[in-house]
Design a protein around this ligand. Structure first.
Ligand code: ZN
Length: 149
């Protein structure tokens, strides 16, 4: 797999020094997502308060793409309202489904733009999306829970 070397460095940095990796409490929802085709696993704790991503933490094992992508995702969504976080998620999902054609909006995606090249490799797309899908699941569950209160 060949990715732009600058982007490779971003992914490697996050893999070596992941952000928000170590589960913390309290949380509204905890989810566990796996990507069996690669063996990646993510547990994600999410605390949504007043419509904002108040706290997010995770733990996991797997390839550098899955772990780095989760790290970058947590940095992007922390402190944002859930609606804005979902906009970033949509932009990232679209990029991953672009089969190498998408450039992505760097203003929205920031460091996550580093995964643009991954969309050329169908086997790795699930790795890049794992943490994001876990966040989508946890945030959706949080909103339902909060609605019930
Ligand atoms: Zn993987």
């Amino acid at each position: 797999m060949e990715l732009d070397s600058l982007y490779q460095q971003v992914i490697l940095d996050h893999y070596k020094n992941p952000a928000h990796k170590a589960l913390i409490e309290p949380y509204t929802v905890q989810v566990h997502h796996v990507n069996p085709s690669c063996g990646d696993e993510i547990t994600l704790n999410l605390l949504v308060k007043d419509g904002l991503v108040d706290a997010i933490s995770w733990d996991g094992v797997g390839c550098s793409i899955s772990q780095a992508s989760t790290s970058i995702m947590t940095e992007l969504v922390l402190g944002k309202d859930v609606k804005s976080a979902f906009k970033i998620l949509d932009e990232f999902t679209e990029l991953m489904q672009s089969k190498g054609q998408g450039k992505g909006d760097e203003e929205v995606l920031e460091d996550a733009i580093a995964f643009a090249g991954v969309s050329k490799f169908p086997a790795r797309i699930k790795c890049a999306l794992l943490g994001w899908m876990a966040f989508k699941d946890a945030a959706s569950q949080s909103m339902v829970k909060l609605g019930e209160q």
